[in-house]
Design a protein around this ligand. Sequence first.
Ligand code: HEC
Length: 125
Amino acid sequence: MLTPKLTIQLAKWSAILALVLSLAACGGSPTGGGNPAGSAPKGDYLKDAPSDIAAVYKSRCLGCHGTDLQGRVGANTNLQQVGSRMSAEEITAQIEQGKGLMPGFADSLSQQEIDGLAEWLASKQ
Ligand code: HEC
């Protein structure tokens, strides 16, 4: 018999699994083709991130902010020029505390990871 608690756990995990699968599907076409003239090839926005920071981005942020920082859940989630709007300190605070639909990551990422993400994103101008 499944206890209610276990059922909730299972529901959670299948939601996470569905998300992971949908992300995998998105990343799956290297030749994709349709880059409008002048835009960076897919994935280029992540290339200048230190590899550990890119990995954190991919696992924690990409679902909402996209493979190219283009944003997937509304205009406020486009981070391609976030450094021209926000300082590294402001970005750090937002990653830690979250805002609106964005969860805070103070408890789930290390200070080093948060600082690394903020520094990298602040360079996006
Ligand atoms: C569940 C979806 C979600 C996840 C996961 C998420 N974000 Fe966000 N993020 C948002 C939303 C929604 C906003 C816009 C919030 C608002 O202004 O109302 C946002 C805004 C931001 C902004 C500010 C953009 C601006 O111009 O105001 C930064 C910086 C940011 N996110 C960084 C990150 C980083 C780094 C991660 C991973 C550690 C992350 N986000 C994970 C949804 C998400």
